[in-house]
Write a protein that binds this ligand. Structure first.
Ligand code: C2O
Ligand code: CU
Ligand code: CU
Length: 434
């Protein structure tokens, strides 16, 4: 679905129904009957109208992940509840200087986010380039995971799985298991890859092909870089060029160790095995002769900015009321989410430096709504590039420093761990921009 004359108006209906997933009939959650939901294509300066109908039996709402839009009123407002059977009309006004790139949408009702995303509610948003890089074709790859039993029912998650963050047994690409992609040799493709998994990190490889990374999230590298692999935490996106070379390659997610909660609950490792996600077969000559990728406009570099405020956020996990209680606590600065409390107040036009410390044995990918973060320092070492991301991983037992420019938009929104089971368990805070 593509905007025309600066407006895209879509109706999204979430429901629980039979959907064909990985070649099976699965009773899943879907937007408009599909997993993933429709891809929405807009441009900077556009208005995106989404009329959401919640056909689920639980409360829900809609979040446009990564879009730099107002968090107030009927824009990207995290405090809207759309009750079962109700509707809500969202209107997102993209500023004229909105960065192009790969974004996505998903429900975000506290307490229900993990179940609803795991169940199939997500879709891509593309903010088109003003000057598209010439390619043979573009693919949007929404990668998600799910666990389904033999009767086609989504398997419920145990308390222990929630502690480490549930990982589905099946990894899907656009709702399919191992889809076959094909191209002609010499062709150049644009791949927009979204990690829509609830907790799984994706360490992606496509051996035998040339991968060129344009950016992560809304961030752009000044010069595109050739890479062997790309690591996406839950919520991250990659904007890639693939130059097709003859032969058949496998898009794989390699083993990634995001720590263990074993110390606390007697088990539960979270390092996943290598998995093949899709095949990419290149045969015959395609249209080649693409010119080098032009340099891109890099974002402002906050390393030289004047910092107006500094804050520390400490991410911790433990058990409430002792080891045997089975009640996980997931906190930021010792507090679990409270919808009535404002945790962080920031001033308009300030540049803040946040020191993010993870005291637990699991990685926590921190996501901040509306304002992207620039990573400055990782465990005391300065970071080379000036890339801006909206999900920044804080590895187990480590510290990451980021800077954030609060240039525009006021209102209340949230930051949280994008392992959605941790978010639902309380690892979320409220930020108010004045
Ligand atoms: Cu992708 Cu607050 O979420
Ligand atoms: Cu988000
Ligand atoms: Cu977490």
């Amino acid at each position: 679905l593509r905007s025309s004359d600066g407006v895209l108006t879509v109706a999204l209906e979430s429901s629980s129904q039979q959907v064909n997933i990985a070649g099976r009939d699965v009773r899943a959650f879907s937007y408009n009957g599909g997993v993933p939901g429709p891809t929405l294509r807009v441009r900077a300066g556009d208005i995106l109208n989404v009329s959401l109908r919640n056909g689920l039996t639980d409360p829900s709402n809609l979040h446009v992940h990564g879009l730099h839009v107002s968090p107030e009123n009927n824009s990207d407002n995290m405090f809207v509840t759309v009750a079962a059977g109700d509707s809500f009309d969202y209107q997102y006004d993209l500023p004229a200087n909105h960065p192009p790139g790969v974004y996505w949408y998903h429900p975000h009702h506290h307490g229900f986010a993990a179940d609803q995303v795991f169940g199939g509610l997500y879709g891509a948003i593309i903010v088109e380039d003003p000057d598209p890089i010439p390619t043979s074709r573009e693919r949007v790859l929404v990668i998600s995971d799910i666990t389904v039993d033999s009767s086609g029912t989504i398997v419920t998650t145990t308390a222990m799985e929630k502690m480490s963050g549930r990982e589905g047994e099946l990894i899907l690409v656009n709702g399919q298991l191992s889809p076959a992609l094909s191209a002609g040799a010499g062709e150049r493709e644009r791949w927009r890859v979204i990690n829509a998994c609830t907790s799984r990190f994706l360490r992606l490889r496509l051996d035998g092909q040339q991968l060129t990374l344009l950016g992560i999230d809304s961030g752009r590298f000044e010069s595109a870089r050739d890479v062997d692999e790309v690591v996406l935490a839950p919520g991250n996106r990659a904007d890639l060029l693939v130059t097709a070379r003859a032969g058949t390659s496998s898009l794989r997610a390699l083993r990634y160790d995001r720590g263990a909660s074993g110390g606390m609950m007697g088990g539960g490792t979270t390092s996943s095995a290598d998995v093949a996600l899709a095949t990419f077969a290149v045969a015959g000559a395609g249209a080649g002769g693409f010119t080098a990728v032009p340099d891109q406009l890099a974002p402002r570099d906050l390393r030289s900015a004047t910092v107006t405020a500094r804050r520390e956020l400490v991410f911790a996990m433990g058990m409430r009321g002792g080891m045997s209680s089975g009640m996980m606590s997931a906190t930021i600065n010792d507090q679990a989410f409270d919808a009535t409390r404002i945790d962080t107040t920031v001033q308009f036009e300030s540049v803040e430096e946040w020191t993010l410390t993870n005291t637990s044995t699991l990685d926590h990918p921190l996501h901040l709504h509306v304002w992207p973060m620039q990573i400055i320092e990782q465990d005391g070492r300065p970071v080379e590039s000036a890339i801006w991301q909206d999900v920044v991983n804080i590895p187990a037992r480590s510290t990451v420093r980021v800077r954030i420019a609060f240039d525009d938009f006021s209102g209340r929104t949230v930051y949280h761990c994008h392992i959605l089971d941790h978010e639902d368990a309380g690892m979320m805070g409220i930020i108010q921009a004045l």
